[in-house]
Design a protein around this ligand. Structure first.
Ligand SMILES: [Zn+2]
Length: 60
């Protein structure tokens, strides 16, 4: 049971919740990859930031 077929690393996309596998285009930046696709990456950025509500109102 040692060294079977090569196992590609997997991660789970926090946006769509689906697991995705290592791809050749990510060979140099796999550690930084968090999303399964460019689409999810953008979605995360747009939806993630909307939660911030700046309260700039001063009392009085
Ligand atoms: Zn995704």
């Amino acid at each position: 049971m040692v060294h079977r077929k090569r196992h590609l690393p997997e991660k789970t996309c926090p946006v769509c919740g689906l697991p995705f596998r290592w791809r050749k285009k990510w060979a140099n930046c796999w550690e930084q990859v968090k999303y399964c696709s460019e689409r999810c990456r953008r979605q995360r950025q747009t939806t993630g930031e909307s939660g911030k509500h700046r309260e700039e109102g001063t009392p009085e």
